[in-house]
Design a protein around this ligand. Structure first.
Ligand SMILES: Cc1ncc(COP(=O)(O)O)c(C=O)c1O
Length: 386
């Protein structure tokens, strides 16, 4: 067995599909059409069919997928958008890119996604102040399906309907995840995906996708991703350049048919971790009974996180912390957000305790046995440091 064991392994993901990917790249090179051609169009159709969406629009990355979704909903300068503070900073960056301000709501520490009660209280609070809809009011909610676990979508959709808010799902970590059998991405007005190489469906470079079942919103995103062009060189909207390129689309077409089995392999890895780590002083991930988790990350919690991380690193096991600093404590955002109701206590506690163990669909049983054996040897310090 080769050491170190990487926390994620995009090279292994390439090698697992090498023949198909090499042939797909060759096909694009031979055709000589590199931007918005047959590969992107077909990948958009295939991804839309996979999710049951009417529209799928390939874009440059996941951050811009969120940005374009917000712009399609006409969220703009001074508007308020609810999301979680425990997320990739990209979620807040996208809100900032359209000039809007994030309203940061605490998470449910069991699922690491928006807490339904805190979300309800926040919307009610802003409604009581007359700050829903209208200029400078709440316009949208971005639930983040963090680590591959869906946010509580039925409650979010119900609140959004009652208060006239748009829902844009951040699906960067949830390709193939479902809630009550329905895929993430098609619950809200729009869904935004990233194909960053380590994602469950990963490219060999940057890529993203916006999906929608709303014809109007889908058409707006399609225009916005290329200078607002309805026809070439004629802008009917103030758009930008955010295109998925042909090479990445061709690569993603090779991997999409294997996404379901690859997610199943991730669930098997998670099930083995659950069994192997039982009885240890670690909080293991939980899965809501209505949710189909896709384990983008397998995240454990301990007050001795840094000690465990160092111990694993010394034994050549890679880990990461997703995420060490919540958005509201980042230097760039600490004076550029509004607080949700009820504070951010869980967010601030979990960021000191979470540790992402190695997780990808190519992990072998031998590697998992080794990781578990190393963790079993770890002795937490007598005095917790977290
Ligand atoms: C939750 C979340 N949202 C958004 C993004 C942004 O995606 P990208 O890196 O493709 O811009 C990422 C990925 O980094 C993410 O994990």
């Amino acid at each position: 067995m080769r050491l170190p064991i990487l926390q994620s392994d995009p090279k292994a993901a390439y090698l697992a599909y090498q023949q198909g990917i090499d042939a797909a790249i060759r096909r694009v090179l031979d055709r000589g059409w590199f931007i918005l051609g047959e590969e992107t169009a077909r990948f958009e159709q295939e991804f839309a069919a996979y999710l049951g969406a009417r529209h799928a629009i390939g874009v440059a990355n996941g951050t811009e997928a969120l940005e374009l979704a917000l712009r399609a909903c006409e969220v703009g300068p001074g508007d308020l958008v609810i999301t979680a503070s425990h997320t990739a900073v990209a979620t807040a960056a996208a809100i900032d890119l359209v000039g809007a301000i994030p309203v940061l709501v605490d998470i449910d520490p069991a699922t690491y996604t928006l807490d339904a009660d805190r979300l309800t209280e926040t919307i009610q609070l802003y409604a009581a102040r007359g700050q829903v809809g209208g200029p400078g009011g709440l316009k949208a909610v971005i639930p983040v399906h963090l680590y591959g676990h869906p946010a509580p979508l039925p409650i979010i959709l119900d609140l959004a309907r009652r208060f006239g808010l748009r829902v844009i799902e951040d699906c960067a970590q949830s390709h193939g995840a479902r809630y009550q059998g329905k895929p993430t991405g098609v619950w809200g007005d729009l869904g935004a995906f990233s194909f960053y190489p380590t994602k469950n469906l990963g490219a060999l470079g940057d890529g993203g996708m916006v999906v929608s079942n709303d014809d109007d919103l889908g058409e707006r995103v399609r225009l916005l991703r290329e200078y607002g062009w309805k026809e070439r060189y004629v802008s009917s909207l103030r758009g930008k350049n955010s295109r998925l390129d042909e090479v990445q689309a061709a690569i993603l077409r090779v991997k999409l048919p294997d996404l379901e089995p690859a997610n199943e392999r991730r669930r098997q890895v998670a099930a083995r971790y659950q069994a192997m780590l039982s009885g240890l002083p670690l909080r293991r991930p939980e899965c809501h009974p209505d949710a189909l988790h896709v384990y983008h990350q397998y995240v454990v919690r301990t007050p001795n996180r840094d000690d465990l991380r160092t111990f694993l690193r010394d034994q050549k096991v890679g880990t990461l912390v997703h995420y060490p600093v919540p958005v509201h404590q980042q230097a760039a955002y600490q004076s550029h957000y509004r607080p949700g109701a009820g504070g951010l206590g869980h967010t601030e506690a979990v960021c000191r305790q979470v540790l992402s163990l190695p997780m990808h669909s190519e992990l072998t049983g031998e590697q998992l046995d080794y990781i578990a054996e190393v963790i079993r040897r770890w002795q937490p310090p007598a005095e917790p440091k977290g």
